[in-house]
Design a binder for this molecule. Structure first.
Ligand code: AMP
Length: 109
């Protein structure tokens, strides 16, 4: 499958990896929009949130996040999952953005 995030998870293309376990990898976003901007992905391919058919995947992703932020010394951060083109999704392998290091406004743009 021609998926850039699968290739990152499989180490076929390089990325700035900051965390890895059996099910999940996290790496710095190529075009950061905050001083800390990383992406957490399951190693298994799911195009979007709509395609996750195993509840355990949510646990795998979200339980990794506090481990990563703790390691980075971050206590406050925003997590974002864009689902579908109109919501801003541009890479169709589900990923959670973890953003920190500046003030964020709400509602999101
Ligand atoms: P989204 O628009 O929610 O689908 O987010 C996709 C994110 O992936 C964007 O923030 C991109 O900057 C980021 N991105 C795309 N390709 C790469 C890559 N090869 N390595 C790291 N981040 C990437």
């Amino acid at each position: 499958m021609d998926c850039i995030f699968c290739k990152i998870a499989n180490k076929e293309i390089p990325a700035d990896l900051i965390y890895e376990d059996e099910n999940v990898v996290a790496f710095n976003d190529l075009n950061p929009t905050a001083p800390v901007h990383l992406l957490v992905i399951p190693k298994k391919h799911y195009s979007s949130l709509n395609d996750i058919d195993e509840e355990k995947v949510f646990g795998q992703i979200f339980s990794a996040i506090p481990k990563i932020t703790k390691k980075l010394g971050i206590k406050e951060y925003r997590t974002v999952v864009n689902t579908g083109k109109s919501a801003g999704q541009s890479v169709f392998h589900i990923h959670v953005h973890v953003l920190s290091g500046r003030e964020f406004t709400w509602p999101a743009g």
